[in-house]
Design a protein around this ligand. Structure first.
Ligand code: KIV
Length: 309
């Protein structure tokens, strides 16, 4: 296995190669992302909304992140895999954060963790990095704080907020974050931040001047309708394809056209005949049943007994 490392990502950024990142939450989606050559996969806590059906990312637990993180690590051989630290797993102090980050790294086998917050999370980021845990920062719209932000809104529009976000990015860089997600901030501000830090910035709703982009799997592929952010592009309507396929399946089951001979299994005619005789009403007489059993045993012990499966 030759996973993309934090050094590879820095090199890509320094060479001006844009980094494509996508979320994945299970084995098959991680495998598909890896096969498409995506260098970075995020096991985002968005899984709470798009996979588990919660209203926000707030209820997601560390056990849920680990469960999905393990599946993604099994599915992708090459991509750098980032697992989100869920709400409550790092806000209570750096010691708790370190314990939880180590648990996520050890139990999932992921490459790094991501946590939200700039200056407020900088000490935690520093402690994790010092302990050997690569950390990706996340600023701008930080969905775990949706209740204090007052909704999913663009961040950094006023000069005061913008300066604060630039300071957040600088604080994360100084703390040792190897990359920073910029979510739902104006393009010009994301550009400014990208120019002022020396680590890759990965944008989502942050315009084209970031070092890379991240998109949520279900938004990209038409699999989640409850919330459609302006920044999400639907690259394919897989949801429509799945609905069509399931409708076809239901109709063919109901009409008896599925399964066909090709999709079924057969047994040897002689074995079938013996079974018929064994289970015929006159075989209720035990002596007859025993005779048929003996005949069957003799029959199947002969070479080439039994037909193709
Ligand atoms: O959880 C997630 O999917 C994320 C992305 C939106 C960046 O954090």
């Amino acid at each position: 296995m030759n996973r993309v490392t934090v050094t590879d990502l820095k090199r890509m950024r320094d060479r001006g190669e844009r980094i494509a990142m996508v979320t994945a939450y299970d084995y098959p989606t991680a495998k598909l992302a890896d096969e498409a050559g995506i260098p970075m996969i995020l096991v985002g806590d968005t899984l709470g909304m798009v996979v588990l059906g919660y209203d926000s990312t707030v209820p997601v637990t560390i056990e849920e992140m680990i469960h999905h993180g393990k599946a993604v690590v099994r599915g992708a051989q090459n991509a750098h895999i980032v697992v989100d630290m869920p709400f409550g797993s790092y806000q209570t102090g750096w010691q708790d954060a370190l314990r939880n980050a180590i648990r996520i790294m050890q139990e999932t086998g992921c490459s790094s963790v991501k946590l939200e917050g700039g200056q407020r999370s900088a000490e935690t980021v520093m402690r994790l990095v010092e302990a050997g845990v690569p950390v990706m920062g996340h600023i701008g719209l930080t969905p775990q704080s949706v209740n204090t932000l007052g909704g999913f809104k663009v961040q950094g529009r006023t000069p005061r907020e913008a300066v604060h976000l630039i300071q957040d990015a600088k604080a994360l860089e100084s703390a040792g974050a190897y990359a920073i997600v910029l979510e739902t901030v104006p393009t010009a501000l994301a550009h400014m931040i990208t120019q002022r830090v020396n680590v890759p910035t990965i944008g989502i709703g942050a315009g084209p001047f970031c070092s890379g982009q991240v998109q949520v799997w279900h938004d990209m592929l038409g699999l989640y309708d409850a919330l459609t952010p302006k920044h999400a592009r639907r690259f394919a309507d897989v949801g429509a394809v799945i609905r069509q396929a399931l409708g076809d399946y239901r109709r063919l089951v109901e009409s008896g056209e599925f399964p066909t001979r090709k999709e079924s299994f057969y047994m040897d005619d002689r074995a079938l005949e013996l079974i018929r005789r064994m289970t015929a009403s006159d075989a209720e007489d035990m002596s007859e049943a025993e005779r048929v059993m003996a005949e069957l045993a003799e029959d199947i012990s002969r070479p080439n007994a039994g037909g193709p499966a």
